[in-house]
Design a protein around this ligand. Structure first.
Ligand code: HEM
Length: 302
């Protein structure tokens, strides 16, 4: 583009906005050049590690959770595009491959939480975190809502409690993750669950209303045909995200909470050994892609 064309285009751009382009050019003359640290927000990012104890690994523990939240944000960002835009299959495969890379990052890095962090230190500083738990990660739930219909987030036990035509709110009452803190016999909910529902439940329900019939599952089911490559990418995402990642997380929980056969209480107070197992949760985003045998053996990968 020639210089005079550039100026003409700038003028036209601001004319369209009903603005005087010269004002903006003058502003540009005085504006400070951008730099890496402001653009990336490095100082803000590095100021967010507020520890509650002096144990050195607590800061690593916080940063690793923050890193996971950022990766989840990248994933939700990709998934939202698939939900709200109409892409060709090629783009679906590209985006799913990206989702699989992000998930691989979560899986392969999780050992940072397990190896090298002192068992005693962790079990001491974690008591200052009660009743906070990774369970309260909202992005973890948002991602599920964008990916699949609510029926796939109710396990077999939950399905026996559903009425014939459950409303969206009813699905939410029986969604698998309530098992972490809801004693259905006594009707009591843990503080961890109550805090979480108070803060996010309305947001989850309104998102579920907005995306019903548009989730990734819905969109794939509406495709005229799906290639083997797309099928593989979807299955890989379902398996990595809903079995492999939960399993590395569960092994880490076992390492700290059950290493000595003590079966200690988790900060969120769930019956974690049962609750965290992918076989119990039965969370699948694309159940129609799996055979009956695969579904029955769901979560058995170690
Ligand atoms: C030492 C490391 C960790 C241990 C021992 C651990 C333990 C647990 C336990 C026992 C639960 C069940 C809920 C409860 O009763 O608190 C849980 C849930 C959860 N944690 Fe962790 N966790 C660890 C690290 C992480 C990290 C790094 C993340 C990343 C954000 C994370 C995210 C989650 C999520 C999303 C849930 C809910 C899972 C679900 O509903 O399926 N955890 N964790």
């Amino acid at each position: 583009m020639k210089d005079d064309q550039l100026l003409e285009k700038i003028e036209a751009k601001y004319n369209d906005l009903g603005e005087n382009h010269e004002t903006y050019l003058k502003g540009l003359l005085h504006a400070k050049p951008i730099n890496y640290w402001e653009y990336i927000g490095v100082d803000t990012l590095l100021s967010l590690q507020n520890t509650r104890t002096n144990f050195k690994d607590e800061e690593i523990f916080i940063m690793y959770h923050q890193m996971t939240e950022l990766v989840l944000k990248m994933m939700v960002h990709e998934i939202k595009q698939l939900v709200y835009d109409d892409f060709k299959e090629e783009i679906w495969i590209d985006k799913l491959n990206r989702l699989n890379r992000y998930t691989a990052l979560l899986i392969t890095s999780f050992d940072v939480m397990k190896s090298g962090m002192s068992y005693e230190d962790y079990n001491t500083f974690r008591s200052t975190l009660t009743p906070a738990s990774g369970f309260q990660s909202a992005q973890f739930r948002l991602l599920e809502i964008y990916c699949t219909s609510l029926g796939n987030l109710v396990n077999d036990e939950g399905k026996t409690r559903l009425s014939e035509n459950p409303s969206l709110e009813e699905y939410f009452e029986h969604i698998y993750w309530k098992d972490a803190g809801y004693n259905r016999k006594t009707g009591k909910k843990s503080l961890t669950l109550r805090q979480f529902e108070e803060k996010y439940q309305n947001r989850f329900i309104s998102l579920a209303k907005k995306v019903q019939t548009k989730t990734l599952e819905d969109k794939v089911l509406k495709m005229a045909s799906i290639s083997d490559a797309l099928k593989e990418a979807l299955k890989s995402f379902d398996f990595q995200y809903n079995v492999a990642w939960p399993n590395v997380h569960l092994h880490t929980a076992q390492h700290y909470l059950d290493k000595k056969g003590e079966n200690q209480a988790a900060t969120g107070g769930s019956e974690w050994k049962k609750y965290l197992h992918p076989k119990h949760q039965q969370r699948k985003f694309f159940p129609f892609l799996w055979t009956e045998t695969e579904k029955n053996n769901w979560g058995e990968q170690k």
